[in-house]
Design a protein around this ligand. Structure first.
Ligand SMILES: Cc1cc2nc3c(=O)[nH]c(=O)nc-3n(C[C@H](O)[C@H](O)[C@H](O)COP(=O)(O)OP(=O)(O)OC[C@H]3O[C@@H](n4cnc5c(N)ncnc54)[C@H](O)[C@@H]3O)c2cc1C
Length: 567
């Protein structure tokens, strides 16, 4: 059926449309709304920012921001995947969250609501690599409970001003107005097509790509992704070949194959076992991974989350060629890993769990399931492993995704229209995380202003782009690129020492030392020290003299473009 096109009310015209209401989108909303991020400022700069904030009118941005997602509420995808695997705690520490103002915000929220008992000590603070990092003593490396994290995010969405539109972004067109805006077409829940005039688009639409499926299993009738609602249901149905026969007695022997070698596969296997441990059945779960399970606290090396090392690692990453960055994105994750606490759980259920290492294959020729109706839950599927045949009631895949932004229909449409550059499925973006201009962009057919956040921004954000930590950095970069932090240049990021003839602000430059615990800047982009004329009403340059505007002797460094990141 053809969708109807409805012109929305003017109030839906917006400066920025965030596509995706997950943590990456929420981090962007926070970065666009908050006046600054404490992550990026030294103590001295924070004082200056606070002084300036109290002197001036509200510095919160006046941007008109809307958020678009097919789900009725924020964080639905996150909640669904955590529910599906019954995950009680996040894998990442409490310092990873979408509140850009303060990286201690989630810890503070837990304390303020007397919910510190929901912070789990995973033992990661004992890691040798984290020795000497003060934050490990303050609780910032504990793991928040799923409920605490979701409540915290709900609290954020309630206080950050935005318009939430329930719908799916479908396409973008040039606007006829002649300015830089574009028309975004989106489909609402009832299938009606709407339009929205936007200046900037932020694609925060999660991981895009095709699920990896082991050889031949794509043809197999009884295979489900761990995300599927059917993956865990009806495992207790009777083994009836006639679909019309009602269930009689529980099956005695149920065998489930879970394929994958990372945490998601382990969580899937654990859910299967735990859910049936008290049932009157013999449940066997086989976990098949291409290689031995690797025990690690985090999915990428801990140094990427440690601000003392992050600067150096990022700097190394940025200096690589695109090909080498793509390789690093694969190598650093290294096919998945499993935290110690989950390894312990696997051990606890070792009677019900068998571990296979290698490849499984689906053999159509030898499969009994071929004789039964497709979609019938009560069939056994024959799988070949190391030359032997095995039958399974259910096969659940958790093998990951091959990145491919073109697999998202909205992105695919704009790729076709503007021929935007991509590298092995990742958008080719600038240091500001803006999708590069297309080669066929003309005055009549201008490339829209599109920013990318989340996993798909990996080529510029680094291997943690799809993690909460990387999303924070990405959001701050985008807010800087959209000039939301410009007021800081004149008031906070001032080189006070230049008035005395020094060429650098020692407080700031010392923080570039990656071994310094107070190190904050990534130093990804530098600024020039060219003077600019002060244009504020009061002197906000040095925050310590009574000069009228323009009379303050302190020169202000002019930023070419500022990267305010580095946690
Ligand atoms: C089981 C699991 C556990 C994880 N645990 C952690 C963890 O503990 N710590 C951590 O740092 N990371 C974790 N991750 C990784 C990552 O943080 C999550 O995957 C996170 O949900 C990604 O956030 P996101 O906002 O990029 O994407 P999502 O949460 O997937 O949100 C993207 C949103 O975009 C919407 N969307 C897509 N296309 C369109 C469109 N055309 N129009 C409108 N909306 C659209 C989707 O509906 C979705 O709601 C985990 C991942 C998984 C799968």
């Amino acid at each position: 059926m053809k969708s109807k096109v409805k012109k929305q009310d003017q109030s839906y015209d917006c400066d920025v449309c965030i596509i995706g209401a997950g943590p990456a989108g929420l981090a962007c909303l926070s970065a666009l709304r908050e006046p600054y991020s404490m992550d990026n400022l030294t103590d001295e700069q924070l004082n200056r920012a606070n002084n300036s904030l109290s002197l001036k009118a509200n510095k919160k941005s006046n941007l008109n921001i809307c958020v678009l997602d097919p789900s009725p509420q924020w964080m639905d995808t996150w909640k669904t995947q955590f529910d599906q695997l019954q995950i009680k705690h996040l894998r990442s520490p409490v310092l990873g969250h979408p509140d850009i103002f303060d990286n201690k915000a989630l810890l503070t929220y837990a304390r303020h609501h007397n919910r510190e008992d929901e912070l789990f000590e995973s033992g990661c603070a004992e890691m040798k690599q984290l020795h000497g990092l003060g934050e490990t003593q303050t609780g910032l490396w504990k793991l928040p409970s799923t409920k605490l994290f979701v409540d915290f995010c709900d609290d954020m969405t309630g206080r950050l001003k935005h318009v939430y539109l329930q719908g799916r972004a479908m396409d973008v067109e040039d606007s006829s107005s002649g300015d830089s805006s574009h028309v975004l077409k989106w489909e609402d829940a009832s299938g009606v097509m709407n339009v929205l005039t936007v200046k900037h688009i932020i694609v925060a639409s999660g991981v895009m790509g095709k699920a990896l499926v082991p050889f031949g299993l794509e043809k197999c009738p009884n295979v489900f992704s761990w995300r599927s609602n059917h993956a865990f249901t009806n495992l207790k149905a009777t083994q009836s070949i006639d679909a019309g026969t009602p269930p009689e007695s529980p099956r005695q022997n149920i065998r489930v194959l879970v394929v994958g070698g990372g945490l998601t596969a382990v969580q899937t296997a654990l859910r299967v076992i735990k859910e049936h441990k008290d049932d009157d059945i013999d449940m066997q779960c086989i976990l098949c991974s291409k290689r031995t399970l690797k025990e690690k606290h985090f999915d990428i090396p801990v140094e990427w989350f440690d601000r003392r090392h992050q600067t150096g690692l990022l700097s190394g990453f940025y200096h690589e060629s695109v090909e080498d960055r793509l390789q690093q994105l694969k190598d650093i994750r290294d096919g998945g890993s499993v935290p110690k606490m989950y390894m312990k759980q696997l051990k606890k259920y070792e009677k019900q769990m068998t571990y296979w290492m290698g490849q499984v294959e689906y053999d159509c020729q030898n499969d009994l399931a071929q004789e039964h109706n497709e979609g019938d839950d009560n069939i056994k599927t024959t799988i070949r492993y190391q030359g032997d045949y095995h039958q399974f009631d259910r096969i659940i895949l958790a093998c990951g995704v091959t990145p491919d932004c073109a697999s998202n229909p909205f992105v695919s449409n704009i790729l076709k229209k503007w021929k935007l550059p991509i590298h092995e499925g990742f958008p080719d973006i600038t240091e500001d995380l803006q999708w590069k201009e297309s080669t066929n962009s003309t005055k009549q057919n201008r490339t829209p202003s599109i920013f990318v956040s989340g996993a798909m921004a990996g080529l510029q954000v680094g291997p943690d782009a799809g993690n909460l930590m990387g999303m924070r950095r990405a959001a701050t970069t985008i807010a800087s690129a959209l000039d939301c932090r410009s007021w800081l240049r004149a008031t906070t990021l001032v080189n006070r020492f230049e008035a005395f003839g020094y060429s650098s602000d020692e407080e700031s430059s010392s923080s570039l030392d990656e071994n310094d615990e107070d190190s904050n800047f990534t130093g990804k982009k530098s600024f020039t020290t060219e003077s600019i004329t002060q244009s504020e009403d009061n002197c906000s340059t040095c925050c310590s003299c009574d000069s009228e505007r323009g009379d303050c002797p302190v020169t202000v460094p002019k930023f070419v473009s500022v990267q305010l990141n580095g946690e």
